[in-house]
Design a protein around this ligand. Sequence first.
Ligand SMILES: Cc1cc2nc3c(=O)[nH]c(=O)nc-3n(C[C@H](O)[C@H](O)[C@H](O)COP(=O)(O)O)c2cc1C
Length: 185
Amino acid sequence: MKILGLCGSLRSGSLNAAVLRSAAELTVPPRELVVDPGLGRLPFFDAEVEETALPEVVAELRAAVGAADCVLIVSPEYAHGTSGVLKNALEWMIGGGEICDKPVALASASPAVTGGDRARAWLAETLAMMGARVIPQELRIPQATRKIADGRITDEPTRAALAGLLDDLAVAVAEAREADGTLTS
Ligand SMILES: Cc1cc2nc3c(=O)[nH]c(=O)nc-3n(C[C@H](O)[C@H](O)[C@H](O)COP(=O)(O)O)c2cc1C
């Protein structure tokens, strides 16, 4: 099972990037987590450019989504929504359609007690509109500066919850495959 990991923060010291790093550490064969090299490389979405000269980096992102069985998205909460960089990436993904029917899990880390709840709610609505299968299980990490250090999750219950989310994603992939098989048989 191939998981694509997307992070909505560009900060080198990002709490959310640390979550993705820990998810990669928790992923062992036959599962594989490929971390996207950074959504900041994408230009701003432009529907004209999309039609006339799709940037190579966008084509690469779409191909990575297409090659994955599922997607893990970790996002900071900015102004009660997700980050502009992640919203921009989602806009580029709409036209490709690769995320349609793909299981997606959401996680967010925030220094606040709300744990990025509003960012995940925002993402869930947008991804549902895009046709993704957003799984109901989510990971919220409130007061994340107490649970993440040196670029990794140090809090054991939080690490266990992240491992549980990856298991839930695997179950969703199996269910999606079964549903697709049912549809084609
Ligand atoms: C412009 C800006 C807006 C923010 N808005 C929120 C917010 O609405 N809710 C929240 O919980 N945290 C908010 N924060 C705090 C971020 O959650 C915090 O900086 C977090 O560490 C960013 O994620 P990262 O560590 O992955 O880069 C905001 C931070 C900035 C710089």
